[in-house]
Ligand binder design. Structure first.
Ligand SMILES: [Zn+2]
Ligand SMILES: [Zn+2]
Length: 147
């Protein structure tokens, strides 16, 4: 695997992959002789150190995606990884309500929204007015159909 380590720059802390990086900033290693397809460099480094690659995600403890130092890599299950991602997001809505499980819902486009804010908006006079008008239009249409 000399070929592999030749492409690594050993800095004081992180070992930086100097060859090709993919779109996401992870190192890519390609060798026709040893590996028919390309490998993520950090996964290969981990496999060289530990003998195998764990299923699922390998997290960079140093947050440096180009780093291939095995001791900077920690296998995480998809669940833990998702939880970490959630924590990285904001914890409160723009009006300061906490995004707890009960207070959060997903909009169709996948973004989070605050239930308290949604409820407050529905209590506004304009919202009440809107609903009253919609109700009137609905009964008018019903009458037309019956009529
Ligand atoms: Zn590192
Ligand atoms: Zn809110």
């Amino acid at each position: 695997m000399e070929l592999f380590w030749k492409k690594v720059q050993f800095t004081g802390t992180c070992w930086i992959w100097t060859a090709y990086l993919d779109r996401d900033g992870y190192g890519l290693f390609r060798s026709n002789r040893l590996t028919p397809k390309s490998w993520r460099a950090h996964r290969l480094a981990y496999a060289l150190e530990h003998g195998s690659v764990p299923p699922g995600h390998l997290d960079h403890l140093c947050r440096n995606r180009a780093c291939v130092r095995p001791s900077h890599l920690e296998p995480v299950t998809p669940k833990v990884n998702a939880e970490r991602g959630m924590k990285a997001q904001q914890t409160h809505c723009k009006n300061g309500h906490e995004f707890t499980e009960e207070n959060t819902y997903r909009k169709p486009n996948g973004t989070r929204a605050c239930r308290t804010c949604h409820r407050d908006r529905e209590k506004l006079p304009e919202a009440l007015q809107r609903r009253a008008e919609a109700q009137l239009r609905y009964s008018a249409r019903l009458k037309e159909r019956q009529g």
